[in-house]
Design a binder for this molecule. Structure first.
Ligand SMILES: O=P(O)(O)OC[C@@H](O)[C@H]1O[C@@H](OP(=O)(O)O)[C@@H](O)[C@@H](O)[C@@H]1O
Ligand SMILES: [Mg+2]
Ligand SMILES: [Zn+2]
Length: 185
């Protein structure tokens, strides 16, 4: 299969990119969409990008909330995008943590960013060409995961966690938020 038959993807980190990172958000009442997320995702969706979310959810491993809580919130979140005529093709999450987690989630896994596992799974399951794809994150670990997965364009946004100069070196672009992303179209 040649590259032209592969899909291009906009990979999004969730907390700090899609929604305000209030810290281990798991309830829709605390899920505050970041300004511009719908208009930006609509622009990329209409431009032929699959939209795939890849999110660390150590709050599950830490016992702050359950996988069922996360799945319910994710269903609600996808419905909000759908109401804006945007299909979220998939949401991949990592519930693990290497040090502070309930026994069943205590592990050094291949999916927790900066590991690339969630991105590689999305690339495989959705026939994505990483060279035509973009990753948006608010942490250095998001950029490192994308680099490991071969995602060609990496964007760091200021709308989430603070980051240092070493994080800036892992990004191709640094924007205030996802609202500025259409400049890349
Ligand atoms: O930004 P994404 O990957 O979508 O999700 C991040 C969240 O799972 C949480 O990740 C935590 O980091 P630790 O997992 O505790 O290191 C903290 O940064 C929280 O503020 C944040 O809400
Ligand atoms: Mg984040
Ligand atoms: Zn994991």
């Amino acid at each position: 299969m040649n590259q032209s038959q592969k899909n291009k993807a906009l990979f999004l980190d969730r907390d700090g990119v899609v929604n305000v990172d209030h810290g281990y958000v798991y309830q829709s009442e605390r899920f505050e969409f970041i300004e511009g997320v719908f208009s930006t995702c609509k622009a990329f969706y209409d431009a032929g990008y699959k939209i795939i979310i890849v999110t660390n959810q150590s709050g599950i491993g830490r016992g702050y909330y359950t996988e069922a809580d996360f799945i319910a919130l994710t269903s609600w979140m996808k419905a909000q995008f759908s109401a804006h005529q945007i299909l979220i093709s998939d949401v991949y999450f990592c519930p693990h943590h290497p040090k502070n987690a309930l026994p069943e989630y205590l592990k050094q896994c291949a999916c927790r960013k900066p590991a690339p596992g969630m991105l590689l799974q999305g690339i495989s399951e959705h026939n994505i060409d990483p060279q035509q794809s973009i990753m948006v994150g608010d942490k250095k670990s998001d950029m490192q995961a994308a680099e490991q997965a071969g995602i060609a364009t990496r964007v760091l946004v200021h709308s989430g966690q603070q980051f240092d100069d070493s994080a800036k070196q892992t990004a191709d672009f640094i924007f205030n938020s996802i609202n500025d992303l259409p400049a890349l179209l």
